[in-house]
Design a protein around this ligand. Structure first.
Ligand SMILES: *Cc1c(COP(=O)(O)O)cnc(C)c1O
Length: 401
């Protein structure tokens, strides 16, 4: 994990040696997100993608307010998935015109909040039309909507499929024309379409294919739209490497493809701005999870490093957040970076369950109580995606550094 430099055997995060950073934080475990790496990642994307393309941050990947505040300055818009996320986006100063709200099961209250805030709602069900129209009339404000489409294809080779076939997300493509008539009849302000096919994809050709198909589908549906398409969100799904053998996503073909789509959209959908929304890819590699070794136990010849952190803070690294076969996240002893690896050992947490495993039989530097275990690729789907109340240990600290 070469995004974090090493000096004198210590990992540097946010420009500080890890032990100093841990002292500054005052306690372990903690997540640290590196501001500079976030900035660099956004710049890398901007270089690879066409300038006219809008880049959104899907904040469910990491909703820490200071991080969302930083991201707001780097991207063109924020995608939220609840009223709670909406509050954070508004608190940190995101422009409501550039906030969109997706998610199944939006409650009436959330829809009223969205209209009052002036954000764009991605409709996932005809049921949402009624409360939006009521809010719009009562408040004297437009209800801005896009239709989230459940496409008639799947994103191939995706870690998590979120479109195609039967899904709780979006409106089935074949139902969209009828929904558009209902949107117009209710007086909602139609702005465009949202397609999101899946997550954690490392194959550029699969992403390119999904974007092409999404664009084609949007073109077909636009014929039924009550107003010009002003907003076309083609999703994201860009993955990051976690496990040995995984190759980094090649952005070049994706950039070329999006430039091609933009050129065609300039004629076919002249009022539309094209958007992609990324969570994990923007923030995942900029974060580490740091836990302290409490005990080193040997059980029948196998060494366990027992730490103060575990699955209650980092469910994904334990393998229990959507992994089919458990694999180790990259990890290291952050204050012994140069050291030769010792015998394979397992890094576990303090919970009374064998699922509480951060690294299984990994060749790490020989570690002692007091040392700092670092789990890399931890900037996305970490703290907020973990069952922090499980077993009553303290909540994890998060810092942006
Ligand atoms: C989760 C989600 C994202 C972000 O996905 P990543 O894989 O983190 O990039 C984007 N859009 C929607 C609609 C989502 O549900």
């Amino acid at each position: 994990m070469d995004q974090f430099p090493v000096t004198d055997g210590e990992l540097q995060v946010g420009g500080l040696p890890l032990t100093r950073l841990a002292t500054r934080v005052g306690r372990t475990p903690f997540y640290a997100y590196d501001r500079e790496l976030l900035t660099q990642r956004a710049a890398t994307l901007r270089r690879a993608l066409p300038p006219a393309l809008k880049l959104h941050y899907a904040m469910k990947a990491n909703p820490m307010p200071a991080l969302v505040c930083h991201m707001t300055k780097l991207v063109d818009g924020i995608d939220v998935a609840s009223a709670g996320e909406l509050k954070i986006a508004l608190d940190v100063g995101a422009d409501p015109r550039e906030i969109s709200f997706a998610g199944p099961g939006k409650q009436d209250g959330e829809l009223w909040q969205a209209v009052a805030a002036g954000i764009l709602v991605n409709l996932e069900s005809a049921r949402e039309i009624g409360p939006l129209a009521a809010a719009s009339q009562a408040l004297g404000l437009p209800a801005r909507v896009a239709v989230r489409v459940n496409p008639d294809f799947e994103l191939k080779s995706s870690g998590m499929k979120m479109g195609g076939g039967p899904k709780q997300f979006g409106v089935d493509a074949e139902e969209v024309p009828a929904l558009l008539r209902a949107v117009a009849a209710a007086g909602l302000c139609f702005e465009g379409f949202h397609l999101f096919a899946g997550s954690q994809n490392l194959k550029a050709e699969a992403i390119v294919e999904a974007q092409q198909k999404s664009y084609q589908l949007a073109l077909r549906l636009a014929e039924h739209a009550p107003a010009a398409v002003r907003f076309l969100n083609l999703g994201g799904g860009f993955g990051i490497p976690y496990f040995p053998g995984e190759q980094r996503l090649d952005l070049a073909p994706i950039g070329d493809n999006l430039a091609d789509i933009l050129a065609r959209a300039a004629h076919a959908l002249p009022a539309a701005e094209l958007v992609i929304e990324l969570g994990r890819y923007l923030v995942g590699e900029a974060g580490v999870y740091v836990a302290r070794v409490i005990d080193r136990k040997v059980s029948r010849g196998h060494t366990y490093l027992v730490t103060d952190g575990g699955l209650h803070h980092h469910l994904s690294a334990s393998g229990n957040f959507g992994q089919v076969i458990r694999k180790n996240y990259p990890a290291a002893i952050g204050n012994r970076m140069g050291a030769e690896p010792g015998e394979p050992c397992s890094v576990v947490g303090p919970l009374c369950t064998p699922l509480d495993l951060l690294a299984d039989r990994m060749a790490l530097a020989d570690a002692m109580p007091g040392d700092l275990v670092v789990v890399f690729q931890s900037g996305a789907y970490g703290a907020s995606a973990s069952p922090q109340a499980f077993l009553g240990h303290p909540a994890v600290t998060e810092i942006l550094v």
